[in-house]
Design a protein around this ligand. Structure first.
Ligand code: NAP
Length: 251
C-alpha cells in the first residue's frame, strides 16, 4: 500500500511512518523540516519525502502531480499534521496563534483531503485517517480554538462518511488523550521545557507508537468494517467533575 502521512517529521507521524514501513508499505512523508524527513528516509526502505508547508495549496498540488509512478495511487491518507499553540484563557490569547491553528488543523487538512479524495473514490478504495483529539469532545480551560479545531475534524469525518456512502472509501477520526514523546507540548508551550516536563511527570501518557498501532489496526481490519471514531486515553487519564464557580454575581 501507499501511505501518505502529513507531519511525518516528528511525534505521531514519524511513528506511523515507521509502523507501516515495517510491514513493507510505501510511505509518502510530508512536513516542513527537510532534514528530519531525510533522516526518516534513511531509516525506512521505500519513502518519498515532500518538504512543504501543508498550508501551501499550490505547493501541495505541485508535489502531488510530480509523485513517482509507484507512489501515485494513495491507499491511506493520514491527516496528522497539526498543532496547539498556548494554553491561555481566550481573552489573553494571541490572535495569530488562533489563525495558525485554524490554518493547519482545519484549512490545510481539508485542502489535502480535497486533493486526494477523488482518486480514492474513482478507484473505489482508500482510507482517510485524521488526528482529532479528546479536546474535540471534552472542553478544558485554555483549549479554546485548539479544541474547536478538533471538533471540526471529528464532524468533518462523520460528514465525509455520509458523503462517501457506497464508495467503499473508509474514514476514521483517531482521538487521543494525553500523549508524550512528541513535540506537541514543546510547540504548545513555545519551547518551555519546564512546563512540558511538569505536564508529563509520572503521567504514564500514551506514546507515538501507541497511536501508530491504533491506526495500523483500524486500517487493516476487514474492508467491510469502518471505525468512525476511536477515542483513546492513557489509563491514568480520566474525567473531572464539571466546574461550578460560586460567587454573588454583580446586579
Ligand atoms: P508533533 O510532534 O508536534 O508533530 C506535529 C507534526 O506536524 C510535525 O511533523 C510538524 O512538522 C507537522 N506540521 C506542523 N505544522 C505544519 C505545517 N504548516 N506544514 C507541514 N507540517 C506541519 O505533534 P504530535 O503529538 O505528533 O501531534 C500529531 C497530531 O496529533 C496533531 O494533529 C495533534 O493535534 C494531534 N494530537 C496530539 C496529542 C498529543 O498529546 N501529543 C493528543 C491528541 C491529538 P514540521 O514542523 O517539520 O513542519
Amino acid at each position: 500500500m501507499v501511505v501518505f502521512i502529513t507531519g511525518a517529521s516528528a511525534g505521531f507521524g514519524r511513528a506511523i511512518a515507521k509502523r507501516f514501513a515495517q510491514e513493507g508499505h510505501r510511505i509518502i512523508a510530508l512536513a516542513r523540516r527537510k532534514e528530519r524527513l531525510e533522516s526518516l528516509q534513511k531509516e525506512i526502505k521505500e519513502c518519498f519525502i515532500i518538504p512543504c508547508d501543508i498550508c501551501n495549496r499550490e505547493g501541495l498540488e505541485y508535489h502531488l502531480s510530480s509523485l513517482p509512478k509507484d507512489y501515485q495511487n494513495i491507499d491511506i491518507l493520514v491527516n496528522n499534521a497539526g498543532l496547539a499553540l498556548g494554553l491561555e484563557s481566550a481573552d489573553k490569547c494571541d490572535f495569530a496563534d488562533w489563525v495558525q491553528m485554524i490554518e493547519v488543523n482545519i484549512k490545510a487538512l481539508t485542502s489535502i483531503t480535497h486533493l486526494i479524495l477523488p482518486q480514492m473514490v474513482k478507484r473505489r478504495s482508500g482510507h482517510i485517517i485524521t488526528l482529532g483529539s479528546i479536546a474535540g469532545t471534552y472542553p478544558y480551560p485554555g483549549g479554546n480554538v485548539y479544541g474547536a479545531s478538533k471538533a471540526f475534524v471529528r464532524q468533518f469525518v462523520l460528514n465525509l462518511r455520509a458523503d462517501l456512502a457506497g464508495t467503499c472509501v473508509r474514514v476514521t477520526d483517531i482521538e487521543p488523550g494525553l500523549a508524550s514523546d512528541s513535540e506537541f507540548s514543546l510547540v504548545r508551550f513555545k519551547g518551555d521545557m519546564q512546563k512540558v516536563e511538569s505536564l508529563y511527570k509520572d503521567s504514564n501518557a500514551l506514546k507515538p507508537e501507541d497511536i501508530a498501532e491504533a491506526i495500523y489496526w483500524v486500517t487493516t481490519l476487514p474492508k467491510h468494517i469502518n471505525i468512525n471514531t476511536l477515542e483513546l486515553m492513557p489509563t491514568s487519564q480520566s474525567f473531572a467533575a464539571l466546574n461550578v464557580w460560586r460567587e454573588n454575581y454583580p446586579q
